[in-house]
Design a protein around this ligand. Structure first.
Ligand SMILES: [Zn+2]
Length: 392
C-alpha cells in the first residue's frame, strides 16, 4: 500500500517533466523586417518552386512594440527575443534603466548548452548582438565586439571583421577570439568543413555587412546554417542557434522590391535546412519570425490605363517611402507572423507579445531553471557545470 502511494505520488511528476522538457535543441530564424507581405513573396516569386513556409502547421502573431515606442527597431526587437523583456529602441540587451539583462546565450552557457549565431549583417549588428552583448546603443559596434570572446557563443558566422581587428582603440579582439580557442576564417565558409565540438568556430567574411543577394552573396546563409547544425548537433546536451536574414530589412529600407524577393528566397533556403534537421532530430524546435516589418510593403495589383490588372503583382511601399526628402523607408508596426515546427510547436499559436518567444523557449527547455533568480538575474552562485572536453 505504501509502495502504491509512493508510485502515485511520483507518477504525475514524471509525466509533467516529460511533457515540459521535450525540447533539447532550438533554432530561431529571424527574417529582419519580414512582415506578411515580405514572406508572401515566397509564394509568388519563388521561380515556381514550393516554399518551405508551407511546411509549418503552427502559426501565431506577435505584437512587436518596444517599451518606449509603438514602432520598434531591430535592437529593441532582438532584446525582447534574447532577454524576454521590452526595452527602448536602440537598446542592446539592457533595460530602460540601462541595466544589463541576461541574454539567452548567457543563461544557457551556465547549463553547458552550446550556441551559435549566424547573420548576413556584421555579427555586431543589432539582432545578433542582443544575444551575446550589452550596450546602451546599437551603434557601439566596437564595444559590442568586445563581448564576443568572453560570451558563451561557440559558433558564429557573418561580417564585421573591422570591429575586431581595425579598431579605433587599437585593441585586437581578433586575437582575443583566437586565445579563447576559436578557429577563425575571414575568406570563405566551407559547408563541408570537418568541425570538431572541442573547438569553437568563427567566420568574419566582410569588414561590415556581407554583400546583398543582388550583389552576389551566394548561399552563405544556407551553408552557414548547415555547418552550424553539423557542429552544434555533436553536443549531446542540446543547443541554441539564431540565424538572421538581416538584409530583408535593408532592402525594405531601400524600397527595393527585387532585393526583398531575393533575400526572402535566401532566407527560405536556410529555413529549409533547419526544417530538414528538425525532421530527423526529434526534440528540435524551429521558430521563424521577424522583429518588425519594414517599408509598409504590399503585393499590389498593377495600375494600367484600363484600371487594375489583378494578374500582375506590382510590389509597393507605403506612400511616404517614395518621398525623396526621406532618406529611407521606415519600420511599421503590423503584427508579425511566428511559424513553429517540431517539439513544442503548438505553444507558439495565438496572438501574444514578442517577449513571449523567449519565455516559451525557456518553458519548453527548462534552460533558465536554477540559473535565473526571481529578479531575472543570473544567480551568482550558479555552479559552472564542468565542461566536457570529449571529441567526436
Ligand atoms: Zn529589424
Amino acid at each position: 500500500m505504501k509502495k502504491l502511494f509512493v508510485l502515485l505520488l511520483l507518477l504525475p511528476v514524471t509525466v509533467f517533466t516529460q511533457e515540459e522538457k521535450k525540447v533539447k535543441n532550438v533554432i530561431l530564424l529571424i527574417g529582419d523586417g519580414m512582415g506578411l507581405s515580405q514572406m508572401s513573396t515566397a509564394y509568388y516569386f519563388n521561380d515556381g518552386k514550393p516554399t518551405n513556409f508551407s511546411r509549418f502547421k503552427h502559426i501565431g502573431l506577435i505584437n512587436t512594440s518596444s517599451a518606449k515606442e509603438k514602432i520598434t527597431d531591430s535592437a529593441a526587437g532582438a532584446t525582447a527575443f534574447a532577454c524576454g523583456a521590452r526595452s527602448y529602441n536602440g537598446a542592446i540587451s539592457v533595460d530602460t534603466n540601462l541595466k544589463k539583462m541576461p541574454t539567452l546565450i548567457e543563461i544557457i552557457e551556465k547549463k553547458d548548452i552550446k550556441s551559435g549565431v549566424v547573420a548576413t549583417s556584421s555579427i555586431t549588428h543589432a539582432t545578433p548582438a542582443c544575444f551575446y552583448a550589452h550596450s546602451n546603443s546599437r551603434s557601439n559596434a566596437e564595444d559590442i565586439a568586445k563581448y564576443l570572446p568572453k560570451s558563451g557563443v561557440d559558433f558564429f558566422a557573418g561580417g564585421g571583421l573591422k570591429f575586431f581587428n581595425k579598431r579605433s582603440d587599437k585593441l585586437d579582439i581578433y586575437r582575443e577570439l583566437l586565445k579563447k580557442g576559436f578557429i577563425l576564417d575571414t575568406t570563405a565558409l566551407d559547408p563541408e568543413l570537418e568541425v570538431r565540438i572541442a573547438k569553437k568556430y568563427g567566420f568574419l567574411l566582410a569588414d561590415n555587412g556581407l554583400e546583398s543577394k543582388l550583389e552576389g552573396r551566394g548561399d552563405f546563409l544556407k551553408d552557414a546554417t548547415n555547418l552550424a547544425l553539423t557542429y552544434l548537433s555533436k553536443w549531446e546536451d542540446g543547443f541554441f542557434l539564431m540565424v538572421e536574414g538581416s538584409q530583408i530589412d535593408w532592402e525594405g529600407h531601400a524600397t527595393n522590391a527585387q532585393g526583398i524577393i531575393e533575400e526572402v528566397k535566401d532566407f527560405d533556403k536556410a529555413m529549409g535546412e533547419a526544417l530538414n534537421f528538425a525532421e530527423v532530430n526529434a526534440n528540435t524546435l524551429v521558430i521563424v519570425t521577424a522583429d518588425h516589418e519594414t517599408g509598409g510593403f504590399a503585393l499590389s495589383p498593377k495600375q494600367t490605363e484600363d484600371g487594375w490588372d489583378y494578374n500582375t503583382i506590382e510590389p509597393k511601399f507605403y506612400e511616404g517611402a517614395a518621398d525623396e526628402s526621406v532618406e529611407y523607408a521606415a519600420h511599421t508596426t503590423t503584427l508579425i507572423p511566428v511559424f513553429a515546427y517540431g517539439a513544442g510547436a503548438e505553444e507558439f499559436m495565438g496572438i501574444y507579445d514578442n517577449t513571449e518567444i523567449f519565455h516559451k523557449i525557456m518553458k519548453l527547455t527548462g534552460w533558465n531553471e536554477a540559473v535565473v533568480d526571481e529578479n531575472n538575474q543570473i544567480k551568482t552562485n550558479t555552479p559552472e557545470i564542468n565542461k566536457r572536453t570529449f571529441d567526436k
